[in-house]
Design a protein around this ligand. Sequence first.
Ligand SMILES: NC(=O)c1ccc[n+]([C@@H]2O[C@H](COP(=O)([O-])OP(=O)(O)OC[C@H]3O[C@@H](n4cnc5c(N)ncnc54)[C@H](O)[C@@H]3O)[C@@H](O)[C@H]2O)c1
Ligand SMILES: O=C(O)[C@H](O)COP(=O)(O)O
Length: 592
Amino acid sequence: MSVISSWNLTISLNTTISLSWRSSLPSRAIFPRPKKPKTLVVLATALGAKPTVLVAEKIGDAGIQLLKTFANVDCSYNLSPEELCTKISLCDALIVRSGTKVTREVFESAMGRLKVVGRAGVGIDNVDISAATEHGCLVVNAPTANTIAAADHGIALLTAVSRNVAQADASVKAGKWERNKYVGVSLVGKTLAVMGFGKVGSEVARRAKGLGMQVIAHDPYAPADRARAIGVELVSFEEALTTADFISLHMPLTPATSKMFNDETFSRVKKGVRIINVARGGVIDEEALLRALDSGVVAQAALDVFTEEPPPQENKLVRHENVTVTPHLGASTTEAQEGVALEIAEAVVGALRGELAATAVNAPMVPAEVLLELSPYVALTEKLGRLAVQLVAGGSGVKFVKVTYASTRGPDDLDTRLLRAMVTKGLIEPVSSVFVNLVNADFIAKQRGLRLTEERIVLDGSPEKPLEFIQVRIANVESKFVSAISNSGEITVEGRVKDGKPHLTKVGSFGVDVSLEGSIVLCRQSDQPGIIGKVGNIISEENVNVNFMSVGRIAPGKQAVMTIGLDEEPSRDALKKIGEITAVEELVFLKL
Ligand SMILES: NC(=O)c1ccc[n+]([C@@H]2O[C@H](COP(=O)([O-])OP(=O)(O)OC[C@H]3O[C@@H](n4cnc5c(N)ncnc54)[C@H](O)[C@@H]3O)[C@@H](O)[C@H]2O)c1
Ligand SMILES: O=C(O)[C@H](O)COP(=O)(O)O
């Protein structure tokens, strides 16, 4: 048995999860919805209560109908920020598109009721993810259903720009016939740089190749083989800028991509480049683009998205002769909107039911089969956390916790994020009013100064079970049950899953065996005959059912720890009577 790795708690908030994509078939066919994860009740609404879902922007009817099968649905569009904040405390879920800013104030106004925000689309830049995470609110999006629509719109703008379609249309409608003015440029043989080779970018690339273009792409995170598979070369930002005749933007808006196209970038592009933006307005410095258009460095731009939407009337870019604009229509096809509505409704209903979302933005995505396998360990880790913290003597602040996972599997075959979150939940919830879930566990731990270290023990044997045992240790504290302190000087509890049920198997240095359900009495006594009977009598007089009892001792006649699992809570009086048995040296009652 060897300890092969240990590491500190890493805070991984704001994780964007992308799903895979395939070829150019209609979007619903291309992107099979992710398999449904099995249930894990981390976000579930109060039992029996029908949740309320606020739909703050119009989504497809199919999604609304699906939501109505499970929840009260309030479709209130065009709410002001104040109205949204007022309504939100009455809602369990909120669904928005890109037009609603889900700010920190929204989460604060929710007073803890809001459990899930569903973004009916891809971009989550209008949702304050940090605030959502801090408030334990899951954010899910619908990342796949509008890909084709967005790619088609990118191509529509590319071709429109190359042939001055919008300008010529306006000219004819103004009674003119300017055939010489609107001579376009050919696409065949021209170089298109796709910036952001994700779902939309790769579909744009595929289509542009069909139009005879040379396609290069820049994406620091995209695998080269995926690009190669469709005949696209991944290049550096510099190469993309300096060689492209057309640039099409498809990256998300993040702090790293904000104003990625600015005066400095425009100074490096090929003179006369044409730019298409169907991603987010904020990735371009709009003032800089205006200057580049005025100077002729950029010949034309086509913009579906703007820093401020809708853009102000006087926006010079919108009015520019060489700019073609659409009002954020990338995702707006009947088919995409139906798909997005269903995708987001399923995700929101799933999250409200307590299922782990496959499209979670701010929580680890745990595949269904992994979740199924881990679920008894999820219960075990939470209960070990609960027991350990209840063993701490009042006044000792819990700061250093070590979780040890003993497994026959290598570290790469065991994802412990879920288990770590559950230990944190178990440690914090019994001693605070904070609600901890998979979304906010790391944040809450950090906020409370809890340093949770994880350690792996790799055991020999066949890796059928994910884990053999799990140990939770709290260092630098005193215990109200001295026997819970192991030789290492830490409060130590250890458990394992037996017949699918979590069991406590060690307290301090004492081996015990009790099923972790109901509540537990731990009592240390000097080992002698008759104690079990005496304790049993006191409990039976209370009419409380004992579901498990075990005694672990150092050696015959020495000290022993008796663990009694109870279906209900015994009275204080009964506990006092057990404590008064002469051989009993210490006693603690723990709620699971
Ligand atoms: N106009 C619309 O209506 C519309 C519709 C759909 C999507 N979008 C927007 O398009 C964008 C892409 O959507 P998607 O579904 O393809 O997302 P995606 O997550 O599949 O792809 C985004 C890609 O951008 C890459 N990227 C990240 N940082 C980058 C950087 N600095 N430089 C280059 N590439 C970078 C990522 O690696 C990823 O491959 C999002 O911003 C989304 O909101 C707009
Ligand atoms: O990010 C997206 O999915 C698109 O920008 C679509 O946004 P919308 O839902 O507001 O059309």
